[in-house]
Design a binder for this molecule. Structure first.
Ligand code: BV8
Length: 230
């Protein structure tokens, strides 16, 4: 029973209307990473960071899963082995499509975190600087997402999953951010068959044996169909 591990990035949600980071009109073209995706930026200007994530939370709430998310949910339901989706995305579109075994290594927009006591709770639609932590009362609440310089979630699950994977697929990720950017190379070294499904060549393309070029909503369902046909 083959184990399949899938890493997804912003590209899988692009056709659901959510911005990617590094496409020419992407999020990093509109905001400086240092200002909105680092703990230092949050301490310097929490209102700017909350506004950045409130806007994305609102867009994510209006977004719907596309055929790529739906195909991965079908793969999990119909494949006779384990299927794990490790996502760098903070939207909830994998779960909305029906995937259950999802690991949000960079956190989730719909969860809040207290920067003082580490308490976590479901995020309100709009997070404000004056909001108090429901546990300790401190007014340093933030979105429960992993910023640059912070340790991604689930590392203790990810490494064994990569080591045991028979197939490792990366979908819609540019291969710019570590440690996720090294997963293809690592999985291949551990013996997995590696496939990259992406709109264009990525920084990590050379790590993959197989490439499927095209929009995720087209190439992912075709790939899932082939995997299920075995
Ligand atoms: C850590 C927050 C230590 C939530 C994000 C120097 C060298 C190497 C590493 C470092 C270094 N200096 C610093 C580092 C570490 C740093 C890092 O990698 N920096 C980079 C910039 C060099 N990493 C960290 O700090 C990480 N933490 O290293 O801790 C540690 C690690 C392990 C164990 C112990 C200690 C934390 C990184 C997390 C940062 N948070 N997000 C949010 O705001 O969303 S990063 C953010 O960008 C995403 O979460 C995602 O991970 C990342 C990459 O984005 P992608 O998803 O790939 O999206 P992108 O736009 O880049 O690409 C989209 C792709 O889709 C493109 O290829 C495009 O062609 C394709 N596409 C577009 N449309 C479609 C499509 N494909 C298919 N169909 C379409 N329709």
């Amino acid at each position: 029973m083959s184990k399949i591990v899938i890493l997804t990035g912003a590209g899988i949600s692009a056709e659901s209307g959510l911005g990617t980071f590094r496409d020419e009109d992407g999020l990093w073209a509109q905001h400086r990473i240092e200002d909105v995706a680092t703990p230092e930026g949050f301490v310097r200007n929490p209102a700017l960071v909350q506004a950045f994530y409130n806007a994305r939370r609102s867009q994510a709430a209006d977004a719907r899963p596309n055929p790529a998310h739906q195909a991965l949910a079908r793969l999990e339901a119909e494949h006779d082995g384990d299927v794990l989706v490790i996502t760098q995305n903070v939207d909830g579109l994998h779960e909305a499509a029906g995937s259950r075994n999802v690991l949000h290594m960079h956190g989730q927009l719909d969860r809040a975190l207290c920067h003082v006591c580490d308490h976590r709770w479901p995020a309100p639609d709009e997070m404000r600087v004056e909001d108090a932590c429901p546990a300790c009362g401190a007014c340093q609440t933030r979105p429960d997402v992993v910023w640059f310089g912070e340790i991604p979630y689930g590392m203790d699950q990810i490494d064994p999953a990569l080591a045991e994977a028979d197939i490792f697929a990366a979908i819609g990720t540019s291969g710019n951010v570590y440690p996720a950017a090294a997963y293809g190379q690592h999985a291949r070294r551990m013996g997995a068959h590696t496939v990259e499904l992406n709109l264009e060549v990525s920084t990590a393309s050379r790590d993959f044996e197989e490439h499927r070029r095209g929009p995720a909503s087209e190439v992912v369902p075709l790939w899932v169909e082939e995997v299920l046909k075995g």
